[in-house]
Design a protein around this ligand. Sequence first.
Ligand code: SF4
Length: 503
Amino acid sequence: MKEEFIMTTKPNLSKTQYIKGLQCPKALWFYRYRKDLKPEIDPATQARFDAGTEIGILAQKYFDGGIEITEEYWEIEKAAQSTHELIDQGCEVIYEATAIHPTDGSYSRIDIFRKVSDTNEWDLIEVKSSTEVKDYHFDDMSFQYYVFSHAGYKIRKCFMIIINSKYVRQGDIDPQGLFKLEDISEKVIAKQDTVESLAIQLGYVLNRHDEPDADIGSRCFAPFECDYMHHCWKHVPDYSIYDIYKKKNADEIYSQIGSYDIQDIPSDLFPGGAKLVDINCYQNNTEHLEKDKITDFLKTLEYPLYYLDYETVWPAIPLYDGSRPYQQIPFQFSLHIQEKPDAELQHFEFLYKEPTDPRLDLTERLIPLCGDKGSIVVYNKSFEMTRNRDLATEYPQFAKEMEAINGRIIDLMVPFRKHWLYKPEQMGSYRIKDVLPAYVTELSYNELEIASGDVASEWYFRFVKGALSEDEHNALWSNLSEYCKLDTYAMVALIEALKKLVE
Ligand code: SF4
């Protein structure tokens, strides 16, 4: 049976633009007309795009045997025409199938378009790299349904393909195990009443010559941190009411006091808990110190002290047998050891320089270095302890040793997280990178090529995938070494700083 399709209007609003416009009409307008404001794609964002592409290709294997629409993303009418032609030829699975709304010109590409056998109905299937369906995914699919159904396709169901977090790799990736299908048809159909009017409104935004009005606020953070905050938030202090309250509550506070400045928050609107310490220190330019609690914390330390930090890689598609999607795989550690107070520091490190699984070598190297007595100091113990438990599960022959290491862990983040000490320059943060320069002014992460765990992970991932240039490859090992070493040396310096504060 030959199907009839309607295509009368020039392409207008895309799915990406629809989602952007739902977050904020001004963001949509900037996206179309102010290319100069769009930040450059940084390596982290590029890595996310690359991972998304890899996931998309794998997900096609979940519905094998399809044909891909290969027109460029701007060749919308040609892509819609190619989709019709494939259907006319009897193709039942189409990747990147494209449709255009006949009157408002909205257009959409669906990752997988699958015909329901022996019917003239189709399923819409969209691939996401998350492990759960998120709220904005319903809007995403609702727009696709709106466009495809108005373009003349009979849609039976709408599915998301998401990552199955329980999948454990063994050998080649098995798409049937890595992904799972979620039927979201009901919610998508329930939204159809509003999609049309929203698409029309956003179409008007796209056709405006002048910038639309939109207040800054919590909308700038969800569902994504907006690309244009560097422009719209220029007048807001770096540390503002949005760092003190939950984002929606901060909107409310702003409507009451008419200021983003923490200095202007009246005492009757102060929050409780640690944030109260932040506000008091900020408004009075004072520091906070609870000597007794810090003294008690320091008493829990038993020499020799082992300062330990891991770097990890956490790919959506597991790299190694026995690992799960997004599992944090340690490939590096730094260990500073101090036998007794004032003794010279010893430094050890492990950095796995092969593209194969680093975990066994890392475990075998770590255990003897940690000895069997003394505190193991980390910053954010749940991270290191979970890695150790994972290693114990993967290598049961070392389970006893890894459990023993966990039994000796002391979390240096606790005094900072609980605000037993606080300085205004921390700007509400207890991350080690923000705490360190406040208490040890001569140390900072600013000069490092790799200055965060996220960047370390991305570089290492690109190394494993063979995607580094020769220059990047040459710099990789020393950059990783310097970064991880500073993480443990920072803890040594912070402990010394705490001791001085309570003397
Ligand atoms: S920063 Fe906020 S107000 Fe500005 S475009 Fe983005 S979402 Fe809209």
